[in-house]
Design a protein around this ligand. Structure first.
Ligand SMILES: Nc1ncnc2c1ncn2[C@@H]1O[C@H](COP(=O)(O)OP(=O)(O)OP(=O)(O)O)[C@@H](O)[C@H]1O
Ligand SMILES: [Mg+2]
Length: 137
């Protein structure tokens, strides 16, 4: 389990870049952490690492935003999804066929082989970014 304390959004984003660079088609990354912890900030880095220049924002009105790049990254936010939903019901299996998938509030799902990253708000601009389960490759 890897842990890093960051002291700025840019630092959290940089950790996301590192993960984004390692992504392969079929990878699923689950993100957990309270409101404002920095999940979307982390995804911004992941998209950059995956080679996308698209603007990254929380998929508030759409459930999924797709960022084309070296590898397509699909960005899902389950915050407003009321019931625990199967990956298949969300159409995510298809997205995972097309590239990698990252899911905010993803600890609500059980996805075999997925990575799990927790971002903990430590107060002010400090965050603890913890890899609880890494990519399987
Ligand atoms: N060390 C840090 N890491 C990440 N974000 C930070 C840090 N310090 C300050 N911030 C700020 O905290 C906010 C994090 O917001 P962000 O949207 O990434 O969180 P979130 O976890 O996606 O929230 P939500 O649960 O609403 O989706 C941003 O405004 C960011 O600039
Ligand atoms: Mg968010």
């Amino acid at each position: 389990m890897r842990e890093t304390t960051t002291t700025s959004a840019a630092e959290t984003e940089a950790i996301g870049v590192g993960l984004g660079e390692r992504l392969r088609t079929g990878d699923v990354v689950l993100l957990t952490g309270e409101l404002g912890a920095g999940k979307t900030t982390f995804v911004r880095g992941m998209a950059r690492g995956a080679g996308s220049v698209a603007p990254v924002a929380s998929p508030t009105f759409q459930l999924v935003r797709v960022y084309p790049g070296r590898l397509q990254l699909a960005h899902v936010d389950l915050y407003r999804v009321e019931h625990n939903t199967e990956l298949g019901d969300l159409g995510l299996e298809e997205l995972a066929d097309q590239g990698a998938v990252v899911i905010e509030w993803g600890d609500r799902l059980q996805v075999p082989g997925s990575a799990l990253i927790e971002i903990e708000h430590l107060g002010g601009d400090r965050r603890l970014v913890r890899t609880k389960r890494d990519l399987s490759h």
